[in-house]
Design a protein. Structure first.
Length: 571
């Protein structure tokens, strides 16, 4: 079996003509100054791509290079190497070999000391491979997820609760060092949620267990199952850190709290609701460190972005973002707000809750407990001379009417509404009791949006659409589009946890209130309005924008069908 040996990386790259002597000299100076490995300095300087360097090292050593993106790892085999060794020496057990050896990948297969330590830890022969470090680090997080540790903490918590139930408040207390089992258990769940890119955490009590699920890319996935006995301690702890009433178990409660996960500030919105087997908890996870919201990053089609930019340059009127819960409406609103933010405008938001914090913006939190409602706050806001008002949601007739009046009296109003598409938004407001003539003079632009899962770029492949998928494309875009369709399909790999999807992208539909549309609303002619609106969005609906992403290989036909046909009531 091949064993590691020293390789002069600089000389190897010089000989291959990949770097110059001057570049090597500069990299060696940086290595001496920073103490980092030469290979890492060269990669971070952009002089060589990480995977290419790993392949060259493998070739020099006579070993195999393994691309982890195309490999399925058995976690039980990988964990034969303790986590501390895997992380310290940048190594991973890839598989068991029939002769009793283990196939081991290393980010630096020239490290003789690491090789010796790993051999002692595994106590068997090693078949060495080379890996790309960035691929390895991401996989280590998934292989060594805290599932085993959380199960141990849950057993510890259950044991402490068993002898005396009066220990419950003590165990769940918000101590200064947060070393209680329940505090460490929740910290582990939060860390797993952030690592998994979860948007929501669900704690669901059942007859014999506490089921923990994460919503990842819009889909719920099971994470852990704990004994039902610890559910009360978990809920009590969450109530304490959220400053909620720990004695109230019969009524729903809402709140929020902040935590730091691996140095990243996270804002958690909590909702607690009584159920048959105990109190059910849902946490919305908000990363408060990411404030880089901009129109450029929203991925809007060119015609939608052009309409949006025209809309926000107007001094007054209303811009609405519509869609079901979890469709990214608030993120879009804040992207608009960021584009509007400057020293010449006063920007005020009225929200429940405040989801993003923006410097230079006056943000107001609604609080129904003290009768600080949307309508009441909005009336006061109008006396503070704002230029732009962001209204978190058009929740009722009173709020909608005040928002519309604000748009009519010289303010630019941004808000959201739950509707199926852009066309039906005005009729939805009319159903809420807002007069059509007011909409005719206030509405400027309506954006409808959804979020579709993006295909994992590491494993997706070309595929043939099913008859149902081809029929959907035929209905949306016609015979030519269906015949020329060459979609990509999900496969599943370690990078996407076997789902085939990684991340989400928005699809959009927009409706600009042109003169014919405004005239139809002013005449209270619903039929004429709907006909003109449908004519404007023809060929540019949510389904058409989803088809755009299919053609670009961003998403699959199945995902586009699932999301583009979803209604606000479905969510």
């Amino acid at each position: 079996m091949a064993t590691p040996r020293k390789v002069r990386i600089g000389e190897m790259l010089l000989g291959a003509g990949l770097i110059s002597e001057q570049q090597l000299s500069q990299a060696l100076e940086e290595q001496k100054r920073s103490g980092r490995r030469l290979g890492r300095v060269l990669i971070e300087s952009g002089l060589i791509e990480e995977t290419r360097l790993a392949r060259l090292l493998a070739e020099q050593l006579g070993i195999e290079f393994v691309d982890l993106r195309s490999l399925t790892i058995d976690a039980s085999v990988a964990r034969r190497l303790p986590e501390r060794h895997a992380r310290r020496y940048r190594a991973l057990v890839l598989a068991a070999v029939p002769n009793g050896a283990l196939r081991l990948g290393m980010a630096d297969p020239t490290d003789l000391t690491a090789y010796d330590e790993l051999t002692r830890a595994l106590r068997c022969e090693i078949e060495l491979c080379a890996l790309a470090e960035s691929q390895l680090l991401g996989l280590l997080d998934r292989i060594y997820q805290s599932g085993d540790g959380l199960a141990g903490l849950a057993r510890e918590l259950k044991a402490d609760l068993a002898p005396d139930t009066t220990m419950l408040a003590q165990l769940a207390s918000n101590g200064p060092d947060d070393t209680t089992p329940v505090a460490r258990l929740l910290a582990g769940v939060f860390e797993d949620a952030v690592r998994s890119r979860a948007s929501d955490i669900h704690f669901e009590p059942q007859s014999d267990q506490l089921h923990v699920r994460f919503r990842i890319d819009g889909v719920l996935r099971s994470h852990m199952r704990f004994d039902a006995e610890i559910a009360s301690a978990v809920v009590l702890r969450l109530k304490l850190i959220s400053n909620l009433d720990i004695a109230e178990k019969r009524m729903p409660q809402d709140g929020r709290f902040e935590v730091s996960v691996r140095g990243t500030p996270m804002d958690m919105r909590i909702s607690i609701m009584p159920s048959h087997w105990g109190e059910s908890v849902v946490l919305r996870v908000l990363d408060t460190s990411d404030q880089t919201l901009s129109l450029e990053r929203m991925g809007m089609p060119a015609h939608v972005e052009a309409q949006v930019r025209r809309g926000i340059e107007r001094p007054s009127g209303m811009l609405l973002v519509t869609g079901p819960t979890g469709s990214g409406k608030t993120t879009s609103l804040y992207a608009l707000l960021t584009a509007l933010r400057n020293d010449e405008r006063k920007l005020v938001t009225v929200e429940d809750p405040i989801e993003y914090r923006l410097a230079g913006v006056t943000q107001i939190q609604v609080n129904d407990k003290i009768e600080l409602s949307f309508a009441r706050v909005l009336r006061s806001v109008l006396r503070h001379d704002p230029d732009v008002i962001l209204l978190g949601e058009m929740r009722d007739t009173q709020t909608a009417e005040i928002g519309v009046r604000a748009a009519m009296t010289g303010h630019l109003v941004l808000s959201t509404l739950h509707t199926n598409d852009a066309v039906s938004t005005a009729t939805r407001l009319a159903d809420m009791g807002v007069p059509m003539y007011m909409l005719a003079t206030s509405l400027q632009l309506i954006i409808a949006q959804r979020l579709v899962r993006k295909l994992c770029e590491h494993c997706s492949k070309p595929g043939e659409p099913t008859p149902q998928e081809r029929a959907w494309v035929l209905e949306v875009a016609g015979i030519e589009a269906a015949a020329s369709l060459r979609p990509r399909t999900p496969v599943g790999c370690p990078e996407c946890n076997g789902t085939g999807y990684l991340g989400r992208s928005a699809i959009y539909e927009s409706l600009e209130l042109t003169r014919p549309l405004a005239d139809a609303l002013a005449r209270d002619n619903t039929q004429a309005y709907l006909e003109a609106a449908r004519a404007q969005v023809e060929g540019r609906t949510l389904a058409h924008d989803a088809l755009r992403l299919i053609r670009k290989g961003v998403t699959s036909v199945y995902e586009a069908m699932r999301i583009a046909t979803q209604t606000a009531e479905d969510a």
